[in-house]
Write a protein that binds this ligand. Structure first.
Ligand code: AMP
Ligand code: ZN
Length: 465
C-alpha cells in the first residue's frame, strides 16, 4: 500500500488517484531568470521520485510543470522588481531572451540528472488570458479589490487562509514588516494582477489597464486549465508552503469552496556547508560547476537519494566525493554480477523485491531502498542480482544497466588509502631486498581483507572475498 506524507494533514496517508488510474499532479517549476542551483535541483529530483514511484505502482501520469517567465518578484510578498526584468537589465538581454536561455539550460540539467519531464510544460506568458479570466472571476465573486497598483486577493474573505502552514493570521499581522503598500487591507493580501508602469517591458492589456499577472495566479490558472478544479498531488519545495501554496489554495478554493489538491507534498531544503545557499556566499553551485570539478551529474543524484526527501540535506564536497566513490563501487560490483553466469534463488530475489517495495511505498524511503540494493550486491556474484538492480533502477534512475566491472589496473581506484600505503611500503621493502618485511606487510594487507600479487607491470591488489 502506497503512503505519502501529506503536508495538509501532517500525516502519512494511503495514496490512490481519484480515478484509480491516472495521477494528476502539478509541480511548481523554475523561475527562469538564472541557472538552477543544486538546491532547486534537489527539489526536481524529489519531483522525479514521486513520478517514478507512481509509475512503479502501475499508475499513469498527467504531470504539469510551469515555467515562470513573468511576475515572480524579488520578494515572495509582492515587493520589489520582477526577477526576469532584473536579470534582463543586468545581462543586457530582453526578458524573453533571458527566459529562453535559462529554460534551455534547465531542461539540459534535468536530462543530465535523469529527471523525467512532466507531460505538460506550461509557460506563464502563454497563459495570460486564462489568468486574466481567473482574476476577473475572483473580482466578480468579491474575493479581491483594486488598489492604485493592482488587484489584490482579500484574505479576510477566505477564513481558511493558513490551513497548509498552520499559520495564524493574527500572528502574521503581528510579525508583518512595515508595509510598503498601505492600500492593502491586510499585509498578507497578495497581488493577483500588477499594474505596470510604461517602462516595464512585459505587460499585457487587461480590464484593469496594462499590467502583468502575480506569480501565484499562474499556478492556479495553469493547474485548473490542465488538471481541473480538483487534482491528486501538488509538489514543490518547503519554502513555498507559507506563502505561495497558501495563496494558491486561497485562489483555487475561494469560489468553488472545494478542496483543490488532495496531497500537498514538499521537499526539504538543501543547505551548503550547514548554511543557506546564497549568491553573496558564492555557494550556489550549478550542475556545470560540479562537472567542472570532476563530478558526474549522477554523483549528485546519488548524493540526493541517500537522504530522505523530508530531511534537510547538507551539501559539502566531502559528502559529494563520498557519494562519487560509493557509486563507482556500486557500478563496479554490479558489473561483476553482470559478468557472472551463476544464479540466485527466486526466494531470495523475491525477499529483496518485497523489502524494496516496502521501502518505496513508505513515503518514498529511497535511502532504505538503496540499503536493500547494497545488501543484495553482497550476495555471491550472479547475473540475477544485476537484473534485480536494473528493476530497482526504475526508481533510482542511476543508469545501473551501464554497470561494468572495472579492469584490474583500475581496481586500485577502489582500494582504501590505508591498503595502498601498505602496498607501497611493501614495494619499497622488496626494492631494498628486505623480503622478510615484504612478507610481513603482505600478511598485514591480507589481514585487512586484501590480496597483493606481483605482475610484470607492478603489484595488483584485489579484495579477498
Ligand atoms: P524558484 O526557481 O526560485 O521558483 O525555485 C524552484 C524550486 O526550487 C522551488 O520548488 C523551490 O522550493 C526550490 N528550492 C529553492 N531553493 C532550494 C533549496 N535550497 N533546496 C531545495 N529546494 C529549493
Ligand atoms: Zn507554483
Amino acid at each position: 500500500m502506497l503512503r505519502f506524507y501529506n503536508t495538509l494533514t501532517g500525516k502519512k496517508e494511503e495514496f490512490v488517484p481519484m480515478d484509480g488510474k491516472t495521477v494528476r499532479m502539478y509541480s511548481c517549476g523554475p523561475t527562469v531568470y538564472n541557472y538552477a542551483h543544486i538546491g532547486n535541483l534537489r527539489t526536481y529530483v524529489f519531483m522525479d521520485l514521486i513520478r517514478r514511484t507512481l509509475k512503479f505502482e502501475g499508475y499513469k501520469l498527467k504531470g504539469v510543470m510551469n515555467i515562470t517567465d513573468v511576475g515572480h518578484l524579488m520578494a515572495d510578498s509582492d515587493d520589489g522588481e520582477d526577477k526576469m526584468a532584473v536579470a534582463a537589465r543586468e545581462q543586457k538581454l530582453s526578458p524573453w531572451e533571458i527566459a529562453e536561455k535559462y529554460t534551455k539550460v534547465f531542461f539540459e540539467d534535468l536530462k543530465k540528472l535523469n529527471i523525467g519531464v512532466p507531460e505538460i510544460i506550461a509557460k506563464a506568458t502563454d497563459h495570460i488570458p486564462e489568468m486574466i479570466k481567473y482574476v476577473q472571476a475572483l473580482q466578480d465573486a468579491g474575493f479581491s479589490y483594486e488598489t492604485s497598483d493592482g488587484i489584490y486577493f482579500d484574505i479576510a474573505k477566505f477564513p481558511r487562509y493558513g490551513c497548509l502552514s498552520g499559520a495564524n493570521l493574527d500572528d502574521q499581522l503581528a510579525g508583518a514588516r512595515v508595509e510598503v503598500n498601505d492600500e492593502k487591507h491586510h499585509p498578507a493580501d497578495f497581488a493577483l494582477w500588477k499594474k505596470a508602469d510604461p517602462r516595464h517591458i512585459m505587460q499585457w492589456d487587461s480590464p484593469w489597464g496594462r499590467g502583468y499577472p502575480g506569480w501565484h495566479i499562474e499556478c492556479s490558472a495553469m493547474s485548473k486549465k490542465y488538471l481541473g478544479e480538483c487534482f491528486d498531488i501538488h509538489s514543490g519545495g518547503v519554502d513555498h508552503i507559507p506563502i505561495h501554496h497558501e495563496n494558491e489554495i486561497a485562489q483555487n478554493e475561494a469560489i468553488t469552496g472545494k478542496q483543490s489538491v488532495r496531497f500537498w507534498m514538499h521537499g526539504e531544503f538543501m543547505l551548503v556547508d550547514g548554511g543557506k545557499m546564497s549568491k553573496s556566499l558564492g555557494n550556489t553551485y550549478t550542475v556545470s560547476d560540479l562537472e567542472a570539478k570532476g563530478y558526474a551529474p549522477l554523483d549528485f543524484r546519488f548524493f540526493c537519494l541517500n537522504t530522505h526527501y523530508r530531511k534537510k540535506l547538507n551539501f559539502t564536497f566531502e559528502g559529494l566525493s563520498a557519494a562519487k566513490t560509493s557509486r563507482a563501487r556500486l557500478m563496479n560490483q554490479l558489473g561483476e554480477h553482470k559478468a557472472s553466469n551463476a544464479a540466485t534463488t527466486p526466494e531470495k530475489l523475491e525477499a529483496f523485491r518485497a523489502s524494496f517495495r516496502n521501502a518505496i511505498e513508505d513515503d518514498m524511503n529511497v535511502p532504505l531502498a538503496l540499503g536493500v540494493l547494497f545488501t543484495a550486491i553482497k550476495e555471491p556474484k550472479s547475473k540475477d542480482i544485476y537484473e534485480l538492480a536494473k528493476e530497482f533502477d526504475c526508481i533510482f534512475g542511476l543508469d545501473l544497466q551501464k554497470a561494468e566491472a572495472v579492469k584490474a589496473e583500475e581496481e586500485s581506484l577502489f582500494v582504501p588509502e590505508e591498503i595502498t600505503a601498505l602496498c607501497e611500503k611493501r614495494k619499497a621493502a622488496k626494492k631494498d631486498k628486505n623480503y622478510a618485511l615484504a612478507d610481513e606487510l603482505r600478511a598485514e594487507i591480507a589481514a585487512k581483507g586484501y590480496a597483493v600479487t606481483d605482475t610484470p607491470q607492478g603489484y595488483k591488489v584485489n579484495k579477498l572475498n
